[in-house]
Design a protein around this ligand. Sequence first.
Ligand SMILES: [Zn+2]
Length: 361
Amino acid sequence: MASPLTAGQLLAALRSEGVTVKTPHTGWTTHERDEATGKPFGPVHGVLIHHTAAHGDYEVVYTGNSALPGPRAHAYITKAGEALMCSAGRANHAGGGDPDVLNAVIDESYTSRPPATHYGEGDAGAADGNDCFYGYECENLGDGQDPWPRVQYVAMIKAAAAILRHYGWSEKSCIGHLEWSDQKIDPRGFDMVTFRADVNACLARPAGEWGAPPADQGGEDPMPKYVNLGAAEVTLKPGQDWTTLVFTTEWTDETGDHATGGSVFAKGAARFTGELNLQLSGLPAGSQLQVRQSEYDSQGAHVQDHPVGEVIGTPGDTFGKVPITGRLASGRQMRIRVKAFENAPVKITGAVLKVLVWKEN
Ligand SMILES: [Zn+2]
């Protein structure tokens, strides 16, 4: 049974994680919904992430209105990456959700995503998330266009990690509101799977160390590592699904992340940039070969695909270049997959990958 943090403990946890905390309302420490609802906050089980669907709406989140009284979160996280405190008690942020999701969070039993939610506010049988979830309302329009500044995203990760670290929970005790209630879409603009991977990376470091730019860690920008690999010749048959390039030649592998004969060329946490040079035969002029980066977890399970690049066939053999750039969270690995859209087989006679990789701690 995890009791809620006191207001002082909550502030201390956020600060030790490196979150910039502000208390515009000094009464926030006793601002809560426990008394009004007769339902005390706790035992607590996790952290919910929200977007506010507006800008500059801290006062709304703090005070609420007659339809939905405040506090509507435990903290409001601004685009500047500041946590403005709202409550240390029961807050009106989660509403009804799926009891199976709650159990999966309590047990931390799911893999990348909790089970799909089939409950929302007002549904018979729904669990009341306000009983047991901390909630962060994060300043964003939630239209999928409004960007999440890095400084805000880092603050959100740290704020989640602060609570998880206190209780000894993993990143699986942090979910998005949309994973809790089938009536909700927040947060939009990033994937909670990626968010949790970053929370995991944060928790793997001592409190306060994750997310600082290299200059703030007292060092220069680290030198990138060079990775130069060659793929085996492969023929893509008509109608064949995405085919993973296997790098059988290793000219340089300064990160050591490419296993001999393997397809993984980078492992997170890392950023990388470079290009893939391809030589193709059999690709008709004007036809396309698509190339995508595909991300896998540490068990080798496919997580997501990154945007597609393409090579257009020219008369005779085709020579093409595809930019390879990305960022991998801790525990993630990147492969390259290709697919041809032709009735005739296309042969990759040469594939050379050159990337610079910056490992992140
Ligand atoms: Zn929400």
